[in-house]
Design a protein around this ligand. Structure first.
Ligand SMILES: Cc1cc2nc3c(=O)[nH]c(=O)nc-3n(C[C@H](O)[C@H](O)[C@H](O)COP(=O)(O)OP(=O)(O)OC[C@H]3O[C@@H](n4cnc5c(N)ncnc54)[C@H](O)[C@@H]3O)c2cc1C
Length: 406
């Protein structure tokens, strides 16, 4: 039977990082993936340019039932470590707003770097290969992984360490799967409820029609959600045929739960009530004020829904307050998210309490590791999810051990 030190299931961001680091330690590494190509998500990420990390990575950028869990991995391998790696390969990249680093040309340049690292480290790859079953060989404390390279065929490989880097449920068209959760359950590990994250929000009724009529339009606003402890996000929203998207909405979606409202401050830099009082004092045209602050298409649609007098001279201050309230605290109840087909990430997953934070190894199952998005760790928008893949992949590799021979 074929034997290797390490099998890594999943040739995505976390799996490739872990594979290269393990290979550099002199371990024999086999990376298995059921997709025909490695790193499908990196290829399409960041609009094809991969927002691969952030200059300001901090544990508070991650959602996890145990917020302390990410600290160790991020401290051992932070954004500067990954930047040093891509610098060694001469990657051209650029820094955009809020510290986001993107490839200057193509995300595939990043895949090329990771594949080169794996080649230099001597990793073997077996793509288009499914996992039929995993058996723990109790007497040897090793794992027997039964691979299925093609329909009907089967091949067993024994390893000392099994690293699960199969990601999560978002983007099923890129072969996303819940296999990691199933394996966790096979070993009696808790899996926390999952839901789509960094995902557009959809509406029914009048708000659906309102958004659809403005489809393609973007506004810089601040978005918060009903949950008191959730942060507010000052970025763009984008109207779509089904509701709202854009960075501020994707960020807010990580904190939104069904039945809750989101709140949009349409002019976060302005005290709108004061501005309307000044407009009343001037007795100038309301529409001119809207023209100064919003695109025509938006304010026409807004005023059609929430009509205001032409001038405010005869308007009571209470009425002004409520117009301002509407613009500054626009509350909307999404009917749902756009689902896993459109979600960049999956919230929830394998309970991090099951793992050692220093190396992502299962506490009660030596040699079994879970890294990347399969865990209950979700980054905010901005390159944090890839950073988690790099950090968790790196730390797992540090404690992998050679196969014990009899
Ligand atoms: C459209 C989109 C854009 C994104 N943009 C960004 C961005 O710019 N910046 C950022 O930080 N994050 C971004 N993300 C999120 C980021 O891609 C993920 O968080 C990251 O790829 C997770 O890494 P991973 O290695 O855990 O999983 P993945 O990269 O998803 O890799 C998992 C691998 O496991 C394989 N696999 C799954 N099931 C099985 C199985 N049963 N058997 C064998 N193999 C299996 C898959 O084929 C895949 O290759 C984006 C995601 C999407 C969908």
């Amino acid at each position: 039977m074929k034997q290797v030190d390490v099998i890594i299931v999943g040739a995505g961001a976390a799996g490739l990082m872990c594979a290269a680091q393990a290979g550099y330690k002199g371990l024999s590494v086999l990376v298995v993936d059921h997709a025909p190509k490695a790193a499908g998500k990196i290829r399409i990420s960041g609009g094809g340019r991969a927002n691969f990390t952030n200059m300001g990575v901090n544990p508070s950028n991650f959602l996890c039932d145990n917020p302390h869990f990410v600290k160790s991995a991020l401290a051992q391998y932070g954004s500067q470590d990954f930047i040093d790696l891509v610098d060694r390969h001469g990657l051209a990249y650029e820094q955009r707003a809020l510290g986001k680093l993107f490839c200057e040309h193509r995300a595939s340049d990043l895949i090329q770097i990771l594949r080169t690292e794996c080649d230099w480290a001597g990793c073997q790859f077996q793509l288009k290969t499914a996992i039929e079953s995993v058996k723990f060989l109790v007497d040897k404390s090793q794992y027997q992984v039964n691979l299925q390279p093609s329909e009907g065929a089967s091949e067993a490989v024994v390893c000392q360490n099994l690293v699960v880097a199969t990601g999560a449920l978002s983007f099923p068209k890129l072969k996303a799967s819940g296999w990691g959760y199933q394996l966790a359950q096979q070993f009696g590990l808790a899996v926390l409820p999952v839901r789509p994250g960094l995902v557009p929000l959809v509406f029914t009724g009048k708000w659906h029609d309102f958004c659809a009529s403005l489809s393609g339009l973007a506004l810089d606003v601040a978005v918060s959600v009903e949950r008191a402890e959730a942060p507010s996000f000052s970025e763009a929203i984008l109207f779509t045929h089904h509701g709202l998207s854009g960075p501020a909405i994707l960020q807010a979606s990580n904190y939104w739960e069904r039945g809750q409202y989101i709140e949009i401050n349409l002019l976060p830099e302005l005290n709108i009530e004061q501005a309307l009082l000044a407009l009343k004092a001037d007795n100038s045209l309301v529409v001119s004020w809207f023209k100064n602050h919003f695109p025509r298409k938006f304010y026409q649609a807004w005023l059609a829904l929430f009509p205001m007098p032409e001038r405010l001279a005869d308007t009571s201050n209470d009425a002004l307050k409520s117009y301002a309230q509407q613009l500054q605290h626009w509350r909307l109840y999404p009917s749902d998210t756009a689902g896993y087909d459109k979600a960049e990430v999956t919230l929830g997953g394998i309970d991090t309490d099951e793992l050692q934070s220093k190396d992502c190894q299962v506490k009660k199952q030596s040699g079994l590791y879970f890294i990347g998005e399969v865990l209950d760790v979700t980054g905010q928008l901005g390159g944090y999810n890839f950073q988690w893949a790099w950090s968790s992949g790196y730390v797992a590799a540090q404690s992998l051990t050679p196969l014990k021979l009899e």
